[in-house]
Design a protein around this ligand. Structure first.
Ligand SMILES: Nc1ncnc2c1ncn2[C@@H]1O[C@H](COP(=O)(O)OP(=O)(O)OP(=O)(O)O)[C@@H](O)[C@H]1O
Length: 300
């Protein structure tokens, strides 16, 4: 488990991280989302012990991370600009990773590389941006470290590749103790990968939520209720986060389970009423509006 408590970091007079407290549970895929400059890279660098915070503590499985070899042995950090040696090939990078990470699984790397259709001896500098990211993720996974920090590693991967990486992550979680933390400036890139998402804004965590839990407790309903008095009643009775009326169609985003909400809707004799799937973006829009923010300024 990763615990960050009261983390602060300033560069000159710029507060990059402003009092972050967050817990990352083992076996979760944790997404960290925020606009450019929100503090994602700085926070990941602090989590991995590369940077020292001015205040606060970070522990990984109870071990302080800064200047602590034992804690660092549990981490692999993939920075936003993957570094490959000049003239490197996947094979030479795997050799290097094998020296740095004692548990590096060369056989698995070869298998995965093959599965992703890349050649061992091809020069990485001839690869596309997305392919370089794939090599970087595969190297990271094969280090077999317990924690994998990915800084914008998924941004720019196509949906098929995201799905492939997601299924590799899922099988790693199933087969060993593995906890990836993924930073991105794009919520949509994280939606199908993460179990838990923290929204970072101006160096602070604005929201940190379990996705399944969020999807279970927030619903989007569309209904037509002919009687305006009953319609008003419904809006009063539900814990409404957002609502909009177009013609006679009322769309509501409200807190509660599907059953609780539909029971309320049914009690108003709707001509029609149904629960619709809610995207992560819609959930975040509703949550942050309630908190008084305009999400369009917080995510892409
Ligand atoms: N080494 C540094 N020196 C000075 N300022 C820095 C340094 N690193 C980060 N900052 C500042 O800290 C703030 C947070 O930067 P950070 O790179 O952590 O954001 P980010 O969320 O990762 O952004 P992006 O999505 O653009 O990568 C920014 O205002 C940035 O200018």
């Amino acid at each position: 488990m990763i615990r960050a408590e009261g983390i602060r970091k300033t560069f000159g007079c710029r507060k990059a991280i402003n009092n972050i407290t967050v817990t990352i549970q083992e076996g979760n895929i944790f997404g960290l989302v925020g606009t450019n400059g929100a503090g994602k890279s700085t926070f990941l660098r602090i989590l991995s012990g590369v940077l020292k915070p001015e205040a606060g503590t970070v522990t990984i499985d109870e071990l302080p991370v800064f200047e602590n070899e034992k804690a660092k042995a549990k981490i692999c950090f993939l920075s936003d600009t993957a570094y490959f040696f000049p003239g490197a090939t996947p094979k030479t990078m795997a050799h290097y990773y094998g020296i740095v990470y004692p548990e590096f699984d060369k056989k698995r790397f070869d298998e995965l590389l093959n599965k992703f259709g890349m050649e061992q001896d091809a020069k990485i500098n001839t690869f596309s941006k997305g392919m370089k990211k794939q090599v970087s993720v595969l190297l990271g996974i094969c280090t077999n470290t317990q924690y994998l920090f990915c800084d914008e590693t998924f941004d720019g991967l196509d949906p098929v590749m995201r799905q492939a990486v997601k299924s590799i992550f899922a099988s790693e979680i199933l087969n060993r103790n593995f906890t990836p933390v993924i930073a991105s400036h794009n919520l949509r890139e994280l939606e199908d990968i993460c179990d838990h998402v923290g929204l970072l804004h101006q160096g602070g965590i604005l929201l940190s939520r379990d996705l399944e839990d969020m999807k279970f407790h927030i619903q989007k309903i569309q209904c037509v209720i002919q009687n305006p008095v009953l319609e008003e009643e419904l809006l009063r009775e539900l814990d409404v986060m957002q609502h909009e009326k177009r013609g006679s169609l009322l769309t509501i985003i409200a807190r509660g389970t599907k059953e609780e909400i539909m029971e309320r809707v049914e009690s108003k004799y709707p001509v029609f009423g149904e629960v619709l799937p809610l995207s992560l973006e819609e959930i975040f829009i509703s949550e942050t509006e309630v908190a008084g923010y305009d999400i369009k300024n917080l995510i892409c």
